[in-house]
Design a protein around this ligand. Structure first.
Ligand code: SF4
Length: 447
């Protein structure tokens, strides 16, 4: 069969789609370029944000037409929506054949076989709480085209129970992989040419602590893992996402700033700059503690860049509390921020509270933060003009294929023009001198 997987949401979902694709390929199925040309279409869904859920629901509607044109087509969902609403969706959507929960990905080939044998609709949403067999499989081509970069899932689930978040319910509690198996996987990837890895986990810095609280200053199994991976020959860059600030103790800060392969770019979810709102969110740090982590990381690695997640319009958030978020953002100086207008997720603690900040006010706060961010990043990028950076070439730029696009260690997006006749290949490390900048991009020339 020809299969097509459409992925919504986070990188964990992308990783799960990779695993699902690898399982299907191991059974002889082949990837299709589009849903129209596929015999099997899977939506890998996300419940974390209202917008992602609405997009997937919209897509479920569009699939009805396709299924009418190709009645033999198999259509299924996986991911967080499948875990939390699979039974309801299977019942409500006649053209949906299966729903695969987040612990059940290994059953995909068997489920496809059952549907081919006309055994009716299938719901697989058991929570095993264990690692899914086969889940660590990579596609033959790990980044979908280049082969120099790969996602490596090191733990699954989250035990933090932030009051607004559905993840602990859809993905289950924390389960870490064994450090030796992660190391073996990364070694094998490096041996076959992978230069950059992204370590993935819903609460990645809790690696090895499964369900235990953040540890004392000198204990961080995640920092130990970074150190092990830093020693792997051939590997050049180690990234990770998403860490909870509460796990940034002295040991982890030293690992991030001191290990040469660990990229100097950290995604550090702030969520709010108000201590009262942070408490209500069940985020166990204060704005001051957050800024202290930023200060310590900058002290050890002055070029380090930060990105973050912020929620505006959380229940009862006042104008003054919103201004506190603005201030923490300004003092940190983020390179990127995913700003979300609060929306209640059914089944979470905050969904029981009145969603009392008006939609227009949430939108206004969102726009204010976006404008602050744009201004701030534009200024910081302008200060980089004239500097030279090592850039990992990713491929031709989407807008102009004569130009190439790549990333610095600090995750800055750099566009450059290779010299005529020069043979740049994805995965090359090149020195690029920055000649101009915008808020989103640095433009440069090869040195
Ligand atoms: S740390 Fe909080 S926001 Fe992040 S996945 Fe866990 S519960 Fe959700």
């Amino acid at each position: 069969m020809r299969f097509y997987i459409k992925t919504y949401g986070c990188q964990m979902n992308e990783r799960d789609s990779d695993s699902a694709a690898a399982l299907l390929q191991s059974e002889g199925h082949v990837p299709a370029d589009s849903e129209e040309s596929a015999d099997l279409v899977i939506l890998n869904t996300c419940s974390v944000r209202d917008q992602a859920e609405r997009k997937a629901i919209g897509k479920l509607g569009i699939m009805k037409r396709l299924k009418k044109e190709k009645p033999d087509m198999i259509f299924g969902i996986m991911g967080c929506m499948a875990q939390s609403r699979g039974a309801e969706l299977l019942q409500a959507i006649p053209h949906l054949d299966f729903s695969l929960g987040t612990d059940q990905i290994h059953r995909l080939p068997e489920i496809v076989d059952s549907i081919l044998a006309r055994r009716g609709k299938i719901l697989a949403d058991e929570r095993t709480g264990a690692d899914t067999p086969g889940i660590d499989m990579h596609r033959a081509d790990p980044d979908g085209g280049h082969g120099f970069s790969a996602f490596v899932s090191i733990m699954r689930g989250c035990s933090r129970f932030c009051s607004y978040c559905i993840v602990p319910y859809t993905r289950g509690l924390e389960r870490s992989r064994d450090a030796a198996s992660v190391e073996a996987e990364v070694r094998a990837l490096a041996d076959r040419g992978v230069r950059e890895i992204m370590l993935l986990g819903q609460n990645v810095a809790a690696f090895g602590l499964d369900n235990r609280a953040p540890a004392q200053d000198d204990v961080s199994p995640f920092a130990d893992l970074l150190e092990r991976l830093n020693g792997i020959n051939g590997l050049k860059r180690i990234r990770f996402t998403s860490p909870h600030p509460a796990y940034f103790n002295k040991k982890l800060i030293e690992a991030v700033t001191g290990l040469d392969k660990v990229c100097k770019s950290v995604h550090l979810p702030l969520q709010s700059g108000s201590d009262r709102i942070l408490r209500k969110m069940n985020r166990p740090y204060t704005a001051q503690e957050y800024l202290e982590i930023v200060r310590a990381l900058r002290a050890g690695a002055p070029e380090i860049t930060f990105s973050t997640d912020v929620i505006v319009g959380f229940p009862t958030e006042t104008e003054e509390e919103f201004e506190q978020t603005r201030e923490v953002m300004a003092r940190t100086g983020f390179d990127n921020a995913y700003i979300f207008k609060y929306s209640p997720r059914k089944g979470t603690r905050s969904a029981q509270w009145e969603d009392d900040v008006p939609v227009e006010e949430k939108e206004r706060r969102n726009q204010v933060l976006l404008a602050d961010l744009e201004r701030d990043v534009r200024k910081r990028n302008a200060a980089l003009v004239g500097r030279t950076f090592e850039v990992l070439a990713e491929g031709p730029s989407k807008r102009n294929p004569d130009r190439w696009q790549g990333r610095t260690d600090t995750f800055k997006n750099v566009v450059f023009t290779p010299a005529p006749g020069s043979a740049v290949t994805p995965g090359d490390f090149l020195n690029v001198r920055i000649v101009r900048s915008t808020a989103m991009t640095l433009y440069g020339e090869l040195v």
